[in-house]
Write a protein that binds this ligand. Structure first.
Ligand code: NAD
Ligand code: MG
Length: 382
């Protein structure tokens, strides 16, 4: 799901190296031409565009190329492929809250969910995990940090009593050294220019504000069942150590590799085995330098907010994520400044009353109200 995106394309690249993996369905929002090219390469049974207005273009395009792939469109179609009997594994690589429904549907259908779409877990945490437990499905982290921790725990999400800390590393993004008095003039192009990783635009901006690390903190609390106090964030500009686990005897296990998402994707696809990914090994003897430092909380105030939110209930997490998506989208469209993102997220989280969210429907309804509130807060930026 999300095959035309950064993670989606890299997943297909890893799968192209294998002979025993088959694609049942590919999904995209509206990038029909790219989706059709992917269908030519891997011949899935079904191709879905979630934007219904693109249905005719998809159906006609597939037919014109003589492909047998069935075209479907809309939210229900997305859900239908996530739940299909033919499917064992679902790569959840849609960006943002739009991924929640289909990713949750895969969990509720007992699939092995390869989770890149961190926003869906941030929004639905316990509901999602209890669904996985109930149906006998699995969730395998694709996010490189969580995949690293998973590997350091022996391919497991279970944090035993001998674990002292989870150490979540982050590069610090493109503005680790930029003078803070120039943050107001940061452009979308500058924010999307990550020093180590090539990613979609939304997560690139999240990396620039370090909201990404905050969302990952919440993601890690859910995935590994630990309180946020057990997780430290460490700045590691080279993105070679993808995260670590510290044990009570002083041992620290780290997972290392090139900053290339094909490694965690292959690790998740092959779990509990391994497969080739096309990523070259690390070269330790040609000047590799590894450095680590504490995060600068004045530079990246969203980190503190995320830590507070991590300790709160589900509705605060939904508000945090919704406001961030609205603000990042507005920043990418050059409607607000980079520094407004933090302001909108904080004021929206403060403005929303806490609610119980006992179902995915309740989460989605609360999410919509948070997005409206974030829009309202945005008008105050000017
Ligand atoms: P992207 O923007 O490159 O791709 C997003 C994909 O989702 C596209 O295929 C798009 O068609 C689809 N999509 C967008 N809106 C949709 C909608 N409303 N309904 C259905 N599908 C929709 O994003 P990405 O960088 O590949 O990130 C995908 C997810 O993976 C995000 O949650 C991100 O946080 C996570 N992630 C990405 C990376 C990375 O290196 N790119 C690393 C770790 C985690
Ligand atoms: Mg990550």
């Amino acid at each position: 799901m999300g095959s035309t995106g950064s993670i989606g394309q890299q997943t297909l690249a890893v799968m192209a190296e294998q002979t025993d993996l088959f694609v049942y369905a590919l999904t995209a929002h509206s990038q029909v031409d790219q989706l059709i090219s992917q269908c030519e390469a891997v011949a899935p049974h079904v191709a879905v565009v979630s934007d219904p207005s693109q249905y005719a273009a998809l159906a006609e395009g597939l037919k014109m190329r003589g492909l047998k792939t069935e075209a479907r469109a809309g939210r229900e179609a997305l859900r239908s492929v996530a739940e299909a009997d033919e499917v064992s594994h679902v790569m959840a690589a849609i960006v943002g809250g739009s991924g929640l429904e289909p990713t949750y549907a895969a969990a509720a259908a007992g699939k092995t969910v390869l989770l890149a779409n961190k926003e869906s877990l941030v929004m639905s945490g316990e509901l999602f995990l209890s669904s996985i437990e109930r149906t006998g499905g699995e969730v395998i982290p694709v996010d490189s940090e969580h995949n690293a921790i998973f590997q350091c725990l022996g391919n497991s999400r279970a944090v035993g009593s001998t674990v002292a800390k989870l150490l979540l590393t982050g590069s610090g993004g493109p503005f680790l050294e930029r003078p803070m008095d120039s943050f107001d003039s940061i452009t979308p192009a500058e924010a999307c220019l990550h020093p180590n990783w090539s990613m979609g635009r939304k997560i690139s901006v999240d990396s620039a504000t370090m909201m990404n690390k905050g969302l990952e903190l919440i993601e890690a609390c859910f995935l590994f069942g630990v309180p946020s106090a057990k997780i430290d964030i460490v700045i590691h500009p080279q993105s070679v150590v993808h995260s670590m686990v510290a044990f009570e005897d002083g041992s620290v296990l780290a997972q290392m590799g090139q900053p290339d998402m094909r490694t965690p994707i292959a690790s998740a696809l092959a779990w509990p085995e391994r497969m080739t990914s096309g990523v070259s090994p690390l070269d330790f003897v040609s000047g590799l330098q590894l450095s680590f430092r504490a995060p600068d909380h004045d530079r990246f105030p969203l980190l503190d907010l995320c830590r507070q939110v991590a300790a709160g209930g589900q509705s605060v997490k939904v508000a945090l994520n919704a406001a961030n998506e609205v603000a990042v989208d507005a920043f990418l469209q050059e409607r607000i400044r980079f520094t407004d993102i933090e302001r909108i997220v904080k004021t929206t989280v403060d403005a929303m009353a806490i609610e119980e969210l006992p179902s995915i429907e309740a989460v989605l309804s609360f999410d919509s109200r948070c997005r409206l509130e974030a829009q309202r807060q945005m008008t105050k930026c000017f």
